[in-house]
Design a protein around this ligand. Structure first.
Ligand code: ZN
Length: 383
């Protein structure tokens, strides 16, 4: 059997794909090698070759929903005839509670509950889902929430605000986006802003090969690193943020990701009063992945180097600037870029104060990491 993500936009489709995968991987009798996923321009075709994956789906889907929506609390709100916004109180998942604004949270509860009460049928994810469900700017249904749509970039050049007619989708699109968001999205914080990172891809692979991206372990270190950097007021480009998230994945995960065209959707949203998308970018990960691979063939201390560059005392002296230059180098891979990274690094070390103990410690360790191998690694990645 084959199904398709609807074709709304890169972000929503990627979330829905991960949402579906998060259910398949729960089914014990389902062989993940028998689930093929083909990404094409932001839409995914999913080919399910194992009957067990189809038969076990509804049970695990319902279980996944019950783990996220407190059923007795939900029932009592229904009996009280509670207002829509009250329903967010039933949400159990931390990342949905912490990563979304209150309106989206309530909408997610209602959409998940709708899916639980309605028998799921794979036919709904046909190639014509949008037409069949009457979705889109002139369509019916629920408004597609900003954290699941990212406003599609093109509206971003304007006021960063959601305007015109809202984009409407069916409850299933919201429910599976929420499951995907909960399972595969890395969320960092900068005051009331949330920075989200999620992987999408073009090309063909199987659930077995990308399973690791449904475990929080892939992003935990990256998120902690970004959170710390933002607390220390680092000013990092989007590219540098993507570089950090990728580099900080456990080595065995990032090195064994299949060789398909990965991209990272990195976007941010202010969950505070203003509720607006503050950044939205889709970044090709191939150059970053290749550069890191080449550098690491000569020099294995990159992750530690990043930690030191984002130390409070480093950031005060331009450690964030070194990282911005390093991530730019990974994309452009030009000789002058390599020199620039080394020059900035050297000048940062010179400027770190020897008299203050924390700063001295960072200075000494950075000095120890500034070996000829880092230059060799940078040169090697020139190709
Ligand atoms: Zn839909």
């Amino acid at each position: 059997m084959e199904i398709y993500t609807p074709g709304h936009n890169y972000l929503t489709d990627t979330l829905i794909m991960w949402g579906l995968m998060s259910v398949f991987r729960r089914i014990k009798s389902c062989d993940p090698a028998e689930i093929q996923i083909v990404g094409r321009g932001g839409r995914y075709q999913i080919i399910i070759k194992d009957e067990n994956c189809i038969n076990g789906f509804i049970t695990e889907l319902n279980e996944a929903i019950r783990e996220r929506v407190d059923q007795s609390q939900y029932q009592s709100l229904v009996e009280q005839n509670a207002k829509k916004r009250k329903f967010r109180e039933c949400l159990i998942s931390t990342s949905l509670r912490d990563g979304l604004d209150p309106d989206t949270q309530s909408g997610v509860v209602l959409a998940l509950q709708f899916l639980l009460e309605k028998e799921f049928n794979f036919n709904v994810f046909s190639i014509n889902h949008i037409d069949e469900q009457n979705e889109g700017r002139l369509g019916r249904g629920e408004t597609l929430y900003l954290p699941f749509s990212g406003i599609y970039g093109k509206y971003l050049t304007r006021e960063y605000k959601y305007e015109e007619k809202s984009y409407r989708v069916c409850p299933l699109c919201i429910a599976f986006s929420a499951l995907g968001f909960d399972s595969a999205v890395a969320i960092a914080r900068r005051r009331t802003e949330r920075i989200y990172a999620v992987f999408g891809f073009d090309g063909s692979t199987t659930l077995e090969k990308i399973n690791a991206l449904l475990d929080s372990i892939w992003y935990e270190d990256g998120v902690n690193t970004l959170n710390k950097a933002f607390r220390n007021n680092a000013s990092l480009t989007t590219l540098a943020q993507a570089f950090i998230v990728f580099l900080k994945m456990p080595r065995e995960i990032r090195r064994t990701l299949p060789q398909i065209s990965w991209y990272m959707i990195l976007y941010s949203y202010d969950v505070g009063r203003t509720k607006r998308i503050t950044n939205f970018q889709i970044l090709d990960m191939a150059p970053i992945r290749n550069a890191i691979q080449y550098i690491e063939e000569e020099y294995e201390y990159l992750p530690r180097l990043v930690d030191l560059l984002l130390d409070k005392s480093s950031i005060e002296k331009g450690g964030d600037e070194v990282l911005n230059a390093l991530s730019e180098f990974a994309i452009a891979r030009r000789l002058d870029g390599a020199y620039r990274v080394l020059r900035l690094l050297k000048s940062l070390i010179d400027r770190l104060d020897e008299k203050k103990p924390p700063s001295r410690r960072v200075k000494n360790e950075l000095y120890g990491l500034l070996t000829p191998n880092i230059a060799m690694g940078l040169l090697k990645s020139l190709g």
